[in-house]
Ligand binder design. Structure first.
Ligand code: ADP
Length: 402
């Protein structure tokens, strides 16, 4: 397969679509964009081409297909007509692959049906991903479409790590197990760590913290994950922007018995009104930091709970791995908040874990080490690039087609 072929990566949410056209061999981005507020009167599209002014569209965007059609027109306006460009595949992010999908998969009618059936497991995500897939299949019928699953990397988790200790018959009947999410990011970042350290990934014990709006941790031994913090759904684990992560499941029964909560209200509470937002009123980390600087006690407590949870997972994974060679921070908060990195790993020199203050606060966007030279445990900041990982997965599938 030639090295100048491009992949269009699409991440379709319920009311938005992020897209990127890039070269999977070099990582060079030809164009990227965001379609927002689909279905609302205030729809908007921003389309960026490196070296050109950003194109903007505002106005109602009735559905995903209309949004993509407008975006594709913007490609053409900037001289990159998708029908004529060298696009070898479209790679779609799909959140839940269940037990069925654990590698990038060529999309057929049957695959679409199966992803739809898996919507039971991811009602907020899979239907939105499918809308993007169906629209793109109609708009670019000649281009192979590939689904890349957020759960795939964690498919082979050891049985003890993936099993919930509930009635095994109930779990089997309802597909209940730890699936894990952000897998594309954990896989990409842990691979980059091995490159940055110049080590064979097979020899490394790693802990990766993906800290964005959603947040998750993983423990990886020899390039294979042995545990991860998200579970059946992306609600479990770390404290996130609007999700609280681990809670006592008894809280749900307690609220239902109060008579004030039905399942929709519980879902809203756990998905949208918990986490940093539930504790402090804001879900954006920069806002949280601003409130803390102003002396806001609720924001400070939210931050402390966030760090406490990170350290709890760090301790658990350190023991599960029997020691660690590399600890890595990625995504919006992980890449940008030196404070979070310093606080998450404070006072752990007894375990060989140290952060160098100057390296930690250096303004550098590249993948880098922030532990002192010669420290037993490498601590790193590695920018994630889920689009590139999806593009490479899609290109791999197309290459196999011949
Ligand atoms: P998503 O999960 O939506 O992809 P991102 O990985 O972009 O999210 O992360 C978004 C989070 O990163 C937000 O909470 C945002 O406030 C935070 N963030 C971005 N830049 C900074 C920064 N300079 N300092 C602290 N937090 C930041």
């Amino acid at each position: 397969m030639s090295d100048d072929q491009l992949v269009l990566v699409i991440n379709s949410g319920s009311s938005s679509i992020k897209y990127q056209l890039l070269n999977p061999a070099t990582g060079v981005v030809a164009a990227s964009g965001l379609v927002e507020r689909i279905g609302e009167p205030t729809g908007a599209i921003e389309h960026s081409v490196p070296g050109h002014d950003t194109l903007e569209h505002t106005g109602p965007i009735p559905d995903h297909k209309a949004g993509l059609r407008l975006a594709f027109d913007m490609f053409a306006e900037t001289g990159l007509d998708l029908a004529e460009a060298n696009v070898c595949a479209v790679g779609h992010r799909v959140v839940h692959g269940g037990e069925v999908f654990y590698r990038p998969t060529l999309i057929t009618d049957e695959v679409v049906d199966t992803i739809a059936k898996l919507s039971d497991l991811a009602p907020l995500h899979n239907p939105a991903n499918l809308t993007g897939i169906e629209s793109t299949r109609e708009l670019l019928p000649g281009v192979p479409q590939v689904a890349v699953f957020d759960t795939a990397f964690f498919h082979g988790l050891p049985e003890a790590a993936r099993t919930y200790a509930i009635d095994a018959k109930v779990a089997a009947a309802h597909g209940i197990r730890r699936y894990g999410f952000h897998g594309t990011s954990h896989e990409y970042v842990s691979g980059r760590v091995a490159e940055v350290l110049g080590r064979d990934p097979e020899t490394l014990r790693q802990i990766v913290f993906h800290l964005g709006n959603g947040a998750s941790a993983s423990a990886i031994r020899g390039a294979k994950p042995i545990d991860t913090s998200m579970g059946l759904t992306p609600l479990e684990g770390l404290v996130m922007g609007t999700r609280g992560g681990d809670i006592d499941p008894g809280i749900i029964g307690h609220l239902v018995r109060s008579g004030e909560y039905d399942i929709e209200r519980i879902d809203r509470l756990l998905n949208r009104n918990s986490g940093l937002k539930g504790l402090s009123g804001v879900n954006d980390f920069r806002e949280l930091t601003r409130l803390i600087d102003e002396g806001d006690a609720a924001a400070k407590l939210a931050y402390d709970v966030y760090i406490h949870r990170l350290r709890r997972y760090l301790g658990a994974y350190l023991v599960e791995l029997g020691g660690v060679d590399a600890i890595t921070f990625t995504a919006g908060v992980g890449e940008n908040s030196a404070q979070v990195r310093a606080d998450a790993l404070a006072d752990l020199s007894a375990f060989g874990i140290e952060v160098d203050p100057a390296l930690n606060t250096a303004r550098d966007r590249a993948a880098r080490r922030i532990s002192p030279p010669g420290a037993p445990v490498a601590v790193l900041v590695v920018p994630t690039n889920e689009e590139l990982a999806i593009a490479r997965g899609a290109r791999g599938v197309v290459a196999e087609l011949g």
